[in-house]
Design a protein around this ligand. Structure first.
Ligand SMILES: *Cc1c(COP(=O)(O)O)cnc(C)c1O
Length: 233
């Protein structure tokens, strides 16, 4: 067995166990293998292990890999910071855009959605720990943002995404995951027209089990599957 195959087995087992601890069904949680910086051959090793959902954080890389791997039935997610001028590449490639955190970007997604006659699925990125190094809306800005985007006809707000602080002990992030879940539940309770969210994208290699225990529906695992990334940017 290759290292990647072994890693996938471990991650799958941990996801299943976290679901059991939380009394959740395994199919409530989807694993996104974060393949940024990884070669197509490396991605194919994961495909062999029945991984068909991948996350990338750069549009060019996403476009290139989706072309190289077009013969495989892969679902691609855009998880990284996104510039408005790159949105035009995404409609036929990305199943979900995780990283929407400003109206300029949302406006461009609306425009491109309209042009391509599609409704584009997005998540609203929240900077849950108010870190000034991180993208995402501050908690107190999320409701106004969602209310505004709710009026955009070619955008469907599926839920929320966050990248919490890097911590050695994943328990330190539990309260942030709890807060994310609460923000989503509270927003749904407001019955905003067009808004019914069910997706919580949270949890990475260091903390996905805790995230699942607190309600994550998408976990984004890179290092835990592919090993350390080469430092190329
Ligand atoms: C790189 C990345 C991940 C994966 O991080 P790991 O710690 O390697 O699992 C998850 N989410 C986002 C937004 C990323 O950029």
């Amino acid at each position: 067995m290759t290292e990647i195959q072994k890693n996938i087995k471990i991650v799958e087992k941990r996801i299943t166990e976290a679901c059991e601890r939380a009394g959740r069904s395994r199919d409530e949680v989807k694993l996104i293998a974060v393949s940024k910086t990884m070669l197509v051959e490396t991605i194919l090793e994961a495909v062999k292990e029945n991984i068909f959902v991948f996350g990338e954080n750069k549009v060019q890389e996403l476009v290139k890999k989706s072309e190289d791997l077009k013969d495989y039935d892969i679902e691609w997610h855009m998880i990284g910071h996104l510039q408005a001028n790159k949105v035009k590449y995404l409609p036929n490639i990305a199943t979900l855009i995780h990283s929407v955190d400003n109206l300029r970007l949302a406006g461009e997604i609306q425009k491109i959605g309209e042009k391509s006659n599609k409704i584009l699925d997005i998540l609203v990125q929240v900077n849950i720990a108010k870190e000034n190094t991180k993208f995402g809306l501050l908690t107190e800005k999320v409701e106004d943002f969602v209310r505004e985007v709710a009026g955009y006809q070619n955008i469907r707000v599926k839920g929320l995404m966050t990248v919490p602080p890097f911590v050695r002990n994943s328990e330190e992030n539990r309260h942030y995951f709890k807060k994310m879940k609460k923000i989503m539940v509270d927003l749904n309770d407001k019955n905003i027209d067009n808004i019914s969210m069910s997706v919580l994208s949270m949890g990475m290699t260091g903390d996905y089990e805790v995230a699942i225990e607190e309600g994550a529906t998408l976990v984004r695992v890179g290092t835990g599957i592919f090993g350390e990334r080469p430092y190329l940017k």
